[in-house]
Design a protein around this ligand. Structure first.
Ligand SMILES: NC(=O)N[C@H]1NC(=O)NC1=O
Ligand SMILES: [Zn+2]
Ligand SMILES: [Zn+2]
Length: 456
């Protein structure tokens, strides 16, 4: 018989090994017992009959833009949105904050901002840009998740895309440091060249933008990054893969022993080019939304396990930055981090019968293991952090702007029908989100992933 801070009674636990009912006991921020009908001295009880208990989502890809562009989002609003969506850990990208996270000093600035206002735990990506290879060592010492590089224009002046020499040499250094490189993979010459031609001819609509970023631009960049990674021995992660063929390039490299992984985003799974024409700028992103055929391939790869990770790529901006008559000039980035789990439950589990076990793997367990997080994250097991989201899988609703915690409460998912409501989110045993409200102070901690290499 234990002494527990909290017992969650009668919930249905969702793990990668299956779904089963049990009580969950929490003490000192951790799960200390999982069993039916737990008894002992208990300070508080949560009744979770009729609820599913998921391990907290780990979102490996958000842009919260603080410091410097906090008006676009910020750690407070962004992490509230995450908690409301069942996410308990996020990794923030080195852009679009100002300064971008390119050395130890800018890392320290970002860390101070995140510690002051994040409601959930977090890791921080460093950046790889032309001119900062000398700073990768100090960033690694700070505990970055890895180094993010853009193979095409980032849309942000202070975060330049890598030329091939920078990518190659950055990977050489990263391999020595045991750090992973993540790339936004689109061929810049191809996308910039096609965009220039279209704009010169005054073709600046949605279809023209789509045509300027064809799937082949993604495929070529993925393949080049893989070849560099294979040659340098650097661990590689391809962010926001938008095409089934892109996923296959990664899978086939992995089969031949390359240390490479990829993620896709909810928007590539639930929206298409046709939706982009209908929704307009709120659905503008890069790589762009694709055809229904490409989308079906992504689902297939998610079902088979070939596509192992889903992350939001939440990239918000004030709506004014979206209001342009030239579609090329509108801000590219989708606001969606609050809806990550809910979209997978609605469109994956309910509509396509995607097993809950796979949803948990793609949003939590695989993410934690791929990025070498401490073992206390990404599992719903005795001994791990009590990062949990309690979900009513049967509840149906429509998403409205007043539900969103974003600084700018717009999203391509507004008005959309959802099934599966996140009712409560706990971060290390503390309830942060409950019934539509944030109910704790900002308690987020920095997580430092372990380096790759001997023993990892
Ligand atoms: N700068 C930035 O966040 N860009 C992101 N937005 C997007 O749609 N794709 C990206 O890489
Ligand atoms: Zn990107
Ligand atoms: Zn991004």
């Amino acid at each position: 018989m234990g002494a527990y801070d909290l017992v969650i009674r009668g919930g249905t636990l969702v793990t990668t090994n299956g779904v089963h009912s049990a009580d969950v006991a929490i003490a000192d921020e951790r799960i200390v017992a999982i069993a039916p009908e737990l008894s002992g001295s208990v300070q508080a009880v949560i009744d979770a009959h009729n609820l599913h208990i998921f391990p907290g989502v780990i979102d490996a890809h958000v842009h919260f833009n603080e410091p410097g562009r906090t008006a676009w989002e910020g750690f407070a609003s962004g992490s509230k949105a995450l908690a409301a969506g069942g996410t308990t850990t996020f990794f923030d990208m080195p852009l679009n904050s100002h300064p971008p996270t390119l050395d130890a000093a800018s890392f320290a600035e970002k860390l101070a901002a995140a510690q002051a206002s994040s409601y959930v735990d977090f890791g921080l990506w460093g950046g790889l840009v032309p001119g900062n290879i000398e700073q990768l060592d100090e960033l690694a010492a700070c505990g970055v998740v890895g180094f993010k590089a853009f193979m095409s224009n980032s849309g942000i002046e202070d975060f330049q895309s890598v030329d091939d020499a920078t990518l190659y040499q950055g990977m050489q250094r990263s391999a020595q440091l045991g750090k992973l490189v993540a790339v936004h993979a689109e061929n810049d010459q191809l996308t910039a060249g096609l965009a220039r031609q279209a704009r010169t001819q005054g073709r600046v609509g949605i279809r023209d933008y789509l045509a300027s970023r064809p799937v082949v631009a993604e495929l070529e960049a993925i393949e080049r990054a893989i070849i560099f990674a294979e040659e340098t021995g650097c661990a590689l992660h391809i962010v926001h893969v938008s095409s089934g063929r892109g996923v296959l390039l990664v899978a086939s490299a992995r089969t031949r022993g390359v240390n490479v992984s990829c993620e896709t985003c909810p928007h590539y799974l639930v929206l298409t080019e046709e939706d982009m024409e209908e929704l307009g700028v709120v659905a503008k992103c890069a790589p762009p939304l694709r055809s229904l055929t490409e989308q079906a391939a992504l689902w297939q790869h998610l079902f088979s396990g070939t596509l192992p990770m889903v992350a939001s790529d939440h990239s918000p901006a004030p709506f004014e930055m979206k209001e342009r008559s030239d579609f090329f000039e509108a801000w590219g980035g989708i606001s969606g981090c609050q809806s990550l789990l809910a979209l997978l439950l609605t469109e994956g589990y309910h509509q396509r019968h995607l097993p809950l076990e796979l949803i948990v793997a793609a949003t939590s367990e695989y993410v934690a293991r791929r990025f070498n997080l401490p073992a206390c994250k990404g599992q719903l097991e005795v001994g791990t952090d009590a990062d949990l989201s309690l979900v009513d899988l049967t509840d149906s609703y429509r998403l409205e702007s007043h539900n969103l915690f974003y600084q700018h409460p717009y999203s391509p998912y507004l008005g959309r029908a959802f099934r599966g409501r996140i009712v409560r989110t706990l971060v290390r045993g503390q309830t942060v989100f409950l019934d539509g409200k944030i109910v704790s102070p900002p308690i987020g901690h920095l997580l430092k992933p372990f380096p790759f290499g001997v023993g990892s």
